[in-house]
Ligand binder design. Sequence first.
Ligand code: ZN
Length: 111
Amino acid sequence: MGLRGSCHCGGVTLAVPHAPAWVGSCNCSLCRKLGWLVAYYPDDAVKVTGETIAYVWGDRLIGIHHCPICGCGTHWKTLGEDFGRMGLNARLLDGFDPAKVEVRLLDNAGD
Ligand SMILES: [Zn+2]
């Protein structure tokens, strides 16, 4: 069953094939400030519409996208290297409840 989501202003929409079985709470220098809960999907499984701006820092190999209007973090994707997956901010998914999904702590504090 497909699931949809959007940023706060609705300018960016997300469509995924199913609800995430678990989400990642990452403690890297960016995620701990943004408060993302990340759900992972194959690159071609997620449909993103609307304009986003990618933030890239350091020697990162991924772009961290957000809505230019309301600022919600929407997703990240690779800038070249194939990771076999992309991540999106599960908090944007319709009906998402962090209390009802497994949250895995991802220890990336060195990044
Ligand atoms: Zn927005």
